[in-house]
Design a protein around this ligand. Structure first.
Ligand SMILES: Nc1ncnc2c1ncn2[C@@H]1O[C@H](COP(=O)(O)OP(=O)(O)OP(=O)(O)O)[C@@H](O)[C@H]1O
Ligand SMILES: [Mg+2]
Length: 344
């Protein structure tokens, strides 16, 4: 049986065909689902996905920022019996600690002040489908205990509820932290790690995927050319620079770099060593000025928004530059949003 899939989050939808069952022993693919790559490191990933997708096993995707963890999760979903049902992605680091239980499991009317009606959580909204729990290590340890219980029992309670509901979801969790150190520094509960470690998929960083940089860069450029009706090409120097660069931001960084260079190019797309090697800090000339007497909180808010702009919305990069945790960044943004909403 073959199935045709397309994805929206790529620059051009990628039509592809694969054998859904039985999984091929050694898929020799240049693409698999929305994932592109011919490297042996990626072939290993495809093989694992093909094996685990038809089961209902919980999957733990581990990989550096921008390496394609969400794309892996979507591919597992699309190759599973649950394809066609909901794929719900939740960024655990983005939800304030005091709201996460209600967001995941829902709540009953009157469960707390402001709960004026019953609310379905992500577990209910993903019923029949797949729940992707991104940045699982950013979830508070108390919530990790609750999640573990749901994974073990397949049942959960809405906040304020008394009736246990069946969790008909396949859970895929992801993190860009190494699991063992994350356990050691308290970001990941050991019992949850063992539960998730049943089927880990380690996504290799782009720098260790032989030949994939050229393939991906060509793919992103083709998508941009297609959309703009142009036929721009990479210069030799650009290809050389891309091969040598270490890509700390992985595929996302490559995609953004190609897009930026494409916009700047007439016919030949240049990507210089200098540009690629630039440290992730604000460029010279990008600065903020505050009159003496400005409140610290105000300076902090402006610095956060300016850095976020600089990183083109990449919150992880923004938090790294500011030297704060991603969680702190999300908490600040949530607080600014709450103030803005209250002011309307
Ligand atoms: N192998 C690949 N082939 C094609 N596109 C890819 C591949 N891997 C990643 N991408 C693209 O790169 C971008 C980042 O991928 P994705 O969001 O899945 O990464 P991530 O690991 O979840 O990132 P983060 O750690 O920031 O959450 C997306 O636009 C995705 O479509
Ligand atoms: Mg992600």
């Amino acid at each position: 049986m073959t199935r045709q899939l397309t994805y929206n989050d790529n620059i051009v939808p990628l039509p592809f065909v694969f054998a859904a069952t039985p999984p091929r022993a050694a898929p020799e693919h240049d693409r698999f689902g929305g994932l592109l790559g011919t490297s042996t490191a990626m072939q290993d990933v495809y093989r694992l996905i093909a094996r685990v997708a038809p089961t209902d096993a919980t999957v733990f995707v581990v990989g550096e920022s921008g390496s394609g963890k969400e794309l892996v999760a979507r591919t597992v979903h699309e190759l599973s019996e649950r394809a066609g049902r909901a794929f719900v992605a939740v960024n655990c680091g983005a939800i304030p600690a005091n709201l996460i239980e209600a967001e995941l499991f829902g709540y009953e009317k009157g469960a707390f002040t402001g709960a004026s009606r019953q609310h379905q959580g992500y577990f209910e909204r993903a019923a029949g489908g797949t729940l992707f729990l991104d940045e699982i290590t950013e979830m508070a340890p108390e919530m990790q205990v609750r999640l573990l219980r749901v994974l073990e029992t397949g049942r959960f309670l809405r906040v304020g509820g008394t009736e246990e509901l069946a969790a008909d979801v396949r859970v895929i969790a992801a993190t860009n932290r190494h699991p063992a150190p994350a356990v050691a520094d308290g970001h990941l509960r050991e019992d949850l790690m063992y539960r998730l470690a049943v089927f880990p998929i380690e996504l290799p960083p782009l720098r260790s995927r032989d030949g994939d940089v050229e393939l991906l860069a060509g793919h992103f450029l083709a998508g941009l050319n297609h959309a703009a009706g142009t036929c721009k090409r990479f210069s030799r120097a650009a290809m050389a620079a891309m091969r040598i660069h270490r890509w700390p931001g992985n595929v996302r960084e490559l995609k953004n770099a190609v897009q930026r260079a494409f916009i700047l190019a007439d016919d030949t797309v240049e990507l210089g060593f200098a540009e690629l090697a630039a440290p992730p800090g604000p460029a010279a000339g990008e600065r903020l000025e505050f009159p003496v007497g400005t409140a610290l909180a105000d300076m902090e808010r402006q610095a956060i928004f300016a850095t976020l702009d600089h990183c083109r919305g990449n919150k992880r990069r923004c938090a790294e530059i500011l030297g704060i945790s991603l969680k702190t960044l999300y908490n600040r943004l949530a607080a600014y949003q709450a103030v803005a909403a209250a002011a309307v």
